[in-house]
Design a protein around this ligand. Sequence first.
Ligand code: GLN
Length: 241
Amino acid sequence: MQLNIIHLYPDLLNLYGDTGNIKCLQKRAEDRGITVNTYNFSDSENDIDLSDGDLFFMGGGSDKSQQIVYEDFLKYKKTFQELIEQNKVVFAVCGGYQLLGEKYIDKFGNQLPGLNILDYTSKSSTGKRLIGNIIIKTSLDITPKTIVGFENHGGRTYSNHDCLGDVIKGFGNNDTDKKEGLVYKNFIGTYLHGPVLPKNPHLADYLILKALQNKYSIDSLEKLDDSIEMKAHEKIIKLYG
Ligand code: GLN
């Protein structure tokens, strides 16, 4: 089996170790004998066809980086929107998550357009940033149901879509509704950095499985020994949960 991962704008969107998510996906797939091809896609590196991707990752970035990416990625918007509709797997963290929504209002009140791929908006406030460890309980079909991470964002996201999970500790999408992230088909947006996948191998496997199921008829992935990763996961819950 082959898994094609496309890392979107790694040079511009990579905060708090987000690239570790790519390493985690690669390793967990390769340990199962899956051939992984990882491609970087950016404003200076865009000679790959997005439709060859099975799993797309977009990390977080500053408001300024988001704006640069917006201007470049706008020309791929329609293609990317179609890929999401075709159930391709997209995992977008923080700045990447905000960017795929309708708009982002920065802390000075400037309205920066989003790619408008999905209908949600983000708004930064002049007040405090939402920073700290975060634990959520997800409704995704994964075990355990907890997802742990770290968040640091000024923007607050408001949406009517299904969320990735209910906040047990931390903030998540905003500082009022206790919801975190967004799920639409195989698109997942989240505020969890960390990087989030090494601490949540069950979420990494969910993404790998969904991506492979678009090409191969498989029901599950071979089990790996996650005892060390899950110890880290449980430790975080014990410390902050
Ligand atoms: N610029 C965004 C914010 O501060 C995203 C930051 C991030 O990706 N961590 O809200």
